[in-house]
Design a protein around this ligand. Structure first.
Ligand SMILES: [Zn+2]
Ligand SMILES: [Zn+2]
Length: 348
């Protein structure tokens, strides 16, 4: 079933508003909290399956829905959990893909509004030489989408034992002779370090490197997951299970433990790790959704994925550069320098 939350006053769809942290109706301005909506859900089927519309006959990976508000048809893939009708903006939440083992336990709700995200792009492009002229155009910014990305948060206990050989030198002068002493130390570190909430990106579609650069998220703002937070945004369910992501999470735990243990050895002139043992104990993992504003911008045959952390505002990606504009300006500078040089010659 595809549901959407309706305004208790006028029946228009209710959308999650990052600024107030509540749901509001664009139509009449009515505001309700997530809890109020959950307690008294005014759910209604937002989209209906369009008849005979499973596109692929072998695998039901795409599905066509018809918006009940405007009648437009839309295509969703099997992992979509929240979507918005591109024609009229009616939000639709795929309830059965958000329940049972597919139900996230926690979510960081969007804090940055769409307007703030657009403002951030404007500021970003100011600092970049020669972004394309239409970059900030309304038609580009329309493609900006708020996405809740599925993540696993892993908790680990690690035990690390390091054996290191370290040295320090001392100098002593006696008459004309200088004595150099090298002291050798066997340094041992045996530490138990607990790491909580190591994130791994659970979505096949999201580039891991982009997601890691968007970190850190402030996990103190995680709240219990409720469906209304997704209203008006896009979301997907996880494509990788927590077990599939465990290798990645362990690697990160290993890096953290190594950095901590090695960082605790200081005050020597040389440090040489002779032996290192790490063991892990998995404690817990949680399925969570984290907010990202995303813009896919295609320019001169190249795709640019630009992303903004929907909680902290951190920006990731490389803004496109208009090479044509760049070239013409360099020619301009070249000509100016040439004219300047000829003037100088004339004066001499
Ligand atoms: Zn209303
Ligand atoms: Zn519609």
């Amino acid at each position: 079933m595809v549901v959407s939350y309706k305004c208790p006053q006028c029946g228009a769809p209710m959308m999650f508003d990052p600024e107030s942290g509540k749901l509001s109706c664009d139509h009449c301005g009515c505001v309700t909290t997530v809890e109020e909506l959950e307690q008294n859900p005014k759910e209604d089927v937002a989209f209906t399956s369009a008849p005979g519309s499973s596109l692929s006959s072998t695998k039901d990976s795409f599905k066509v829905y018809r918006c009940k508000n405007c009648g437009a048809e839309m295509l969703t893939d099997e992992n979509t959990t929240a979507t918005v009708c591109v024609f009229c903006g009616t939000p639709g939440l795929m309830e059965d893909r958000l329940s049972g083992e597919n139900r996230p336990t926690l979510v960081i709700p969007f804090k940055l509004t769409r307007q703030q995200a657009i403002e951030s792009f404007r500021e970003w492009s100011k600092g970049v030489f020669l972004t394309p002229r239409n970059f900030l155009a309304a038609s580009t910014m329309e493609k900006l989408t708020g996405v809740y990305v599925p993540f696993w948060l892993h908790d680990y206990d690690t035990h690390i034992r390091l054996d290191a050989h370290c040295t320090r030198t001392r100098h002593r002068r006696a008459g004309d002779t200088e004595y150099i002493y090298t002291d050798h130390y066997n340094v041992l570190r045996d530490m138990d370090v607990a790491y909580s909430r190591i994130p791994t990106d659970a979505s096949e579609k999201m580039e891991d490197s982009t997601m890691e650069l968007l970190e850190p998220y402030d996990y103190s703002e995680l709240v219990r997951f409720e469906m209304p937070y997704l209203s008006g945004f896009l979301s997907e369910r996880y494509t990788y299970t927590a077990d599939e992501m465990e290798g990645r999470a362990r690697n990160r735990a290993r890096q953290f433990a190594e950095t901590t243990a090695r960082g605790s050895i200081s005050g020597y002139e040389s440090t040489n790790i002779v032996n290192q043992q790490i063991s892990f104990r998995k404690l817990n993992e949680e399925y969570v959704l984290l907010p990202v504003w995303m813009l896919n911008y295609r320019f001169q045959g190249e795709d640019h994925l630009l992303a903004i952390n929907g909680q902290t505002g951190k920006r990731v990606g490389t803004l496109p550069v208009d090479k044509g504009r760049a070239r013409s300006i360099f020619w301009g500078i070249g000509a100016a320098v040439f004219v300047g040089a000829s003037l100088l010659m004339a004066l001499l």
